[in-house]
Design a protein around this ligand. Structure first.
Ligand SMILES: *Cc1c(COP(=O)(O)O)cnc(C)c1O
Length: 382
């Protein structure tokens, strides 16, 4: 069976963890945390970054930083992971769900304005599959209505909107290093602070609401409780693992792009009649986070996934739209979110990981192709 995901180890992870241990400082904000921070600030020219224990907690920090209050409305795509919404629900916000675009699962920026009210505080975009949302349109709206923009860039490492790295465009950006993402640390994440007004407070919230970071830099002579906060920083052992991955980011990205291109080339002939392949707008790059297909309906998707399973291929679907979730259903205003529903019903993700071999890629694409060839034969014989 070809599994859906397999975490890739570059080889130096355990060596760096041993170095962190030998360094005798394994709590947060240590040597490897600083190495990771430097890496991101240099490579992507991010203003300020803070490693977090997950993208979920980076989103929670973002919700605190924009001062989310009960009654504030936060616009979020319905077709996303629960953490995008939960971070703001935890602070008492009202979630207003936006639909996805018909071209890809990203938020439909052309349809956002009607959701904005006097209570709207922020728009949270999700760069699905690492493909940029229409950030020019989103930022323009945010400026006009004086809203914050938070980028859920969990899947979007090393990807761009025009020449801007994703995560660097909104006021705040959130990344994930969960083992299912391109660059991993087991569980891990990062907050990118683009709006300089948030820089100092972000560090305090990150360190349990204290000014310990400033104390360690010798900027204050004692540290104390300054603000709300939590333990949002990961242990330096997590950072050590992550640093080994970051040193190999180009190799990881190159291999993933090869796999993506192989899938695309092999499946392109099916795309007109049977399936939609990922759509990448001209303003977006592809970071090869995932390869997905959009079937014509739920029955087709179920049949395809079952067929692939028989052929030894573990394909999956995900994201039951949040407006239809057990938690939110009763709170949902009822406005139609047709595209979110469509992706919930029709999207399939193919196995995708660094070590997928050429013969495994062929096995996957041949299985998808034979499903549709078989279907055509059945309908011809009827
Ligand atoms: C993976 C993911 C998250 C959660 O990331 P964690 O690091 O596991 O907390 C949030 N949003 C999106 C869109 C994701 O894909």
């Amino acid at each position: 069976m070809i599994g859906f995901n397999k975490p890739y180890f570059t080889g130096k992870e355990t060596e760096y963890i041993i170095q962190a241990v030998t360094h005798e400082k394994i709590s947060g904000n240590g040597l490897f945390t600083r190495k990771c921070h430097d890496f991101f600030q240099k490579r992507y020219d991010f203003n300020k970054v803070l490693l977090t224990t997950s993208c979920t907690t980076a989103l929670e920090m973002a919700a605190i930083l924009i001062d989310t209050q009960p009654g504030d409305e936060i616009i979020i795509p319905s077709y996303t992971f629960v953490s995008t919404a939960n971070a703001f629900v935890l602070r008492g916000a009202t979630i207003v769900f936006a639909d996805s675009s018909a071209q890809n699962p990203n938020i439909d920026a052309s349809d956002l304005e009607k959701l904005i009210t006097s209570k709207t505080k922020a728009i949270v975009v999700v760069h699905y599959a690492g493909i940029a949302c229409d950030m020019a349109a989103v930022m323009k709206l945010a400026e006009r209505y004086n809203l914050f923009v938070v980028e859920d860039a969990a899947q979007a490492i090393d990807s761009y909107f025009e020449d801007k790295p994703l995560g660097s465009i909104g006021h705040l950006g959130c990344f994930s290093f969960h083992e299912t993402k391109n660059v991993i640390a087991g569980e891990g994440g990062m907050l990118v602070i683009n709006d300089k007004r948030f820089a100092e407070r972000a560090e305090i919230i990150w360190e349990k609401g204290t000014n310990r970071s400033a104390f360690f830099r010798g900027e204050v002579d004692k540290y104390t409780w300054m603000d709300v906060g939590s333990s949002f920083l990961p242990s330096d052992m997590i950072a050590a693992f992550l640093y080994a991955q970051l040193e190999n980011i180009d190799d990881i990205q190159n291999r993933r792009k090869e796999i993506w291109n192989n899938y695309h080339e092999a499946l392109l002939p099916l795309s007109e009649e049977n399936l939609l392949l990922p759509y990448i707008p001209a303003y977006a790059t592809n970071n090869a986070h995932m390869f997905y297909l959009v079937c014509s309906n739920l029955e087709e998707r179920t049949a395809l996934i079952n067929y692939l399973k028989q052929k030894g291929v573990h394909a999956i679907f995900h994201y039951l739209s949040l407006h239809k979730s057990a938690f939110f259903q009763s709170k949902y205003s009822g406005h139609a979110l047709d595209q979110a529903d469509r992706y919930s019903d029709c999207l399939v993700r193919l196995p995708f990981y660094y070590e997928l071999s050429q013969s495994q890629i062929r096995q996957v694409t041949e299985a998808v192709s034979s499903y549709f060839a078989r279907k055509t034969q059945i309908s011809l014989s009827l």
